[in-house]
Ligand binder design. Structure first.
Ligand code: ADP
Length: 462
């Protein structure tokens, strides 16, 4: 029987909205919070939202500061931090960081280093899924090195083929080849891109599925082998394989398919002896077949909408799991699976400082005016979003996550449109008008969208 170790102080090894989101969860649990910030983030809001804040990675650079494993551990030890939450991005999927925390007696709020390592390698993850008898997209069982092997696979399975980096993430490290000439041209490029972007040149092949939906299942698992799912999110509205709008629950799954997908997600996480929050991602084809693609062993950007429909605070659950509580411990506040209910519909839009009319180029500069929205059923998760804030080119362009919640999908969508229209942001360009077009598009409203939706509707950009 493992020990419960209540946390007094938690450090968040991250910045922006997710750092603030985690501080809020900690404060409600009466846990003291510690922020770290880079030199470039001296006046960033997350710094001021924590009880304590320390400069990290001096002279190292804006991104590198948040990747400074030893610097972060040193701050944590000096200030008696019990646990570190990595958020998403940065060190969240770095098994070495999780291992170093463990070594120093600091709890890493997330899965074990082995899980991070395994799921960081998509080929390994596919292997695990196959072992668990979960359907995977037809693909190669090992990384591919020779062009000949790739051509052999393509001839067997037919084009189009997707070349994917084994360590890829964030929608990067993927290329589509529609014929042999494209495959020949893309293989070497994909390998060298994978090496420079992810430090690992391994690529593998998958059959490219046309017009799938991206459906993912939120799972919570404790260290005693118990796991529950918190239903699904539909993240099919994507640009360049990156999520833009997410919906919970999905509008288009039959009850049977939905349950099969939940069971598949739980099975793979149980097979891995997974601990903490994680997401199992699938593609669902128009003929209602589902295929595993990957596991994200961390909190995700879109966790908010699952919280809205289930009433479960996923970040607080992560903390309590890391403290050693079992899922069925009353302190967790999580009912048994058959009593976890979903109510209504939630939608999240990622408002970014990008210009849709100019290829979604990130914009920078001072926000001179900022009026945000509020009201019944509206949730905002934001970082540096206020008049006077400076949007630098150093970090990702997420400005504010806007989530709406209502009894029906139509109501949630019209609430989203109303909410987006309420925003007034001057000084930097945003994608708000694009999002407004999107959430009132007939195909969005009737659920007839898949991962090609944005690309096939250029009218959304104006
Ligand atoms: P990442 O880790 O970069 O997010 P994923 O493997 O999760 O990459 O895929 C991201 C998106 O790329 C999916 O949601 C889907 O839109 C697209 N995608 C990935 N694999 C395939 C595939 N085999 N066929 C069609 N689309 C795919």
């Amino acid at each position: 029987m493992a020990q419960i170790r209540p946390f007094q102080k938690v450090l968040v090894a991250n910045r922006g909205e997710i750092a603030i989101r985690i501080f809020r969860a900690c404060t409600e649990l009466h846990i003291r919070t510690v922020a770290i910030y880079s030199e470039e983030d001296q006046v960033s809001l997350h710094r001021f939202k924590a009880d304590e804040a320390y400069l990290v990675g001096e002279g190292k650079g804006p991104v590198e500061s948040y990747l400074d494993i030893e610097g972060i551990i040193e701050i944590a030890k000096r200030h008696n931090v019990d646990a570190i939450h990595p958020g998403y991005g940065f060190l969240s999927e770095n098994s070495e960081f999780a291992r170093r925390c463990e070594e120093e007696g600091i709890v890493f709020i997330g899965p074990n280093p082995e899980h991070i390592k395994m799921f960081g390698d998509k080929v390994e993850a596919r292997r695990l899924a196959i072992e668990a008898n979960i359907p995977v997209v037809p693909g190669t069982e090992t990384p591919i090195e020779q062009l000949q092997e790739a051509i052999f696979f393509a001839n067997e399975h037919g084009y189009p083929i997707m070349i994917k980096a084994a360590s890829g993430g964030g929608g990067r490290g993927m290329r589509i080849a529609r014929n042999q000439a494209e495959l020949e041209e893309s293989m070497e490029r994909a390998r060298s891109e994978a090496l420079s972007a992810f430090g690992n040149s391994q690529v593998y092949l998958e059959k490219y599925l046309e017009n799938p939906k991206h459906i993912e299942v939120q799972v919570l698992a404790d260290q005693y082998g118990n796991a529950v799912h918190l239903f699904e999110r539909d993240c099919s509205v994507q640009r360049r394989h990156q999520k833009v709008v997410e919906i919970a629950p999905s509008l288009s799954l039959t009850e049977n398919l939905r349950n099969e997908i939940y069971q598949a997600a739980l099975k793979i996480m149980k097979q891995a002896n997974y601990i903490n929050a994680g997401t199992v991602e699938f593609l669902v084809t128009p003929d209602q077949k589902f295929y595993f693609i990957e596991v994200n062993p961390r909190i995700q950007v879109e966790h908010t909408i699952t919280e809205l429909i289930t009433g479960i605070d996923i970040v607080q659950a992560q903390i309590k799991i890391a403290e050693g509580y079992a899922l069925d411990n009353s302190v967790m506040g999580i009912p048994p699976q058959n009593q976890i209910t979903k109510n209504g519909y939630a939608i999240q839009c990622r408002v970014t400082t990008e210009d849709p009319e100019n290829g979604f180029m990130p914009d920078t500069g001072r926000i001179v005016a900022y009026r945000s929205a509020s009201g019944f059923g509206v949730r905002l998760d934001a970082g540096n979003s206020f008049a006077g804030a400076y949007i630098t080119p150093h970090y990702d362009s997420l400005l504010v996550k806007v989530s709406t919640y209502a009894n029906t999908f139509e109501q949630a969508a019209s609430k989203m449109l109303r909410t987006l229209k309420e925003f007034r942001i001057r000084g930097v360009k945003t994608n708000i008008l694009f999002l407004e077009n999107l959430v009132q598009h007939p195909n969005f409203l009737n659920g007839h969208y898949d991962t090609s939706f944005i690309d096939s509707h250029p009218e959304l950009f104006h």
